[in-house]
Design a protein around this ligand. Sequence first.
Ligand SMILES: Cc1cc2nc3c(=O)[nH]c(=O)nc-3n(C[C@H](O)[C@H](O)[C@H](O)COP(=O)(O)OP(=O)(O)OC[C@H]3O[C@@H](n4cnc5c(N)ncnc54)[C@H](O)[C@@H]3O)c2cc1C
Length: 121
Amino acid sequence: MLLAPSLIFLLASHSLLPGVSADVISDLSGKGFTVSYPGASNYTTASQPFNFRYAYKPAVITYPTTIDQVSQIVKVAKADGYNVVARSGGHSYVANGLGGKNGSIVIDMQNFTRRAMQCQM
Ligand SMILES: Cc1cc2nc3c(=O)[nH]c(=O)nc-3n(C[C@H](O)[C@H](O)[C@H](O)COP(=O)(O)OP(=O)(O)OC[C@H]3O[C@@H](n4cnc5c(N)ncnc54)[C@H](O)[C@@H]3O)c2cc1C
């Protein structure tokens, strides 16, 4: 069977981070939000820590735009056996927004710019 060049590149790039399977990237791709993973052109910037003492490498960094997409990411993380963390400002001293260790799935909240509150009297 012939593999498409892009798939070969995808599989080869995952060897950069042991433990990251092609399955999790496949499971998170094509769902309407941006996904970054080791080997992708945006990964170096996306995984940059605020504090360079703690330069953890996430398995995947996601940029959902809806609550439903957040839910989908959490479900994929659970099904594929990955820790999942939210990242807001990314200023945690020990890089907890990157998972605090290698190999997490990061949900970057930068697209969530509105907040709503319901008050009951
Ligand atoms: C140089 C330096 C100095 C600092 N000084 C102080 C200080 O004086 N006082 C102080 O209190 N802190 C300090 N901090 C720590 C930092 O400011 C706090 O950790 C800050 O609250 C991080 O906010 P953030 O939005 O960047 O969180 P992130 O780094 O993005 O995330 C931090 C944690 O919160 C979780 N999280 C983020 N967003 C969400 C969300 N939407 N839902 C659920 N969980 C979420 C992440 O998963 C992670 O565990 C310092 C950090 C640095 C690097």
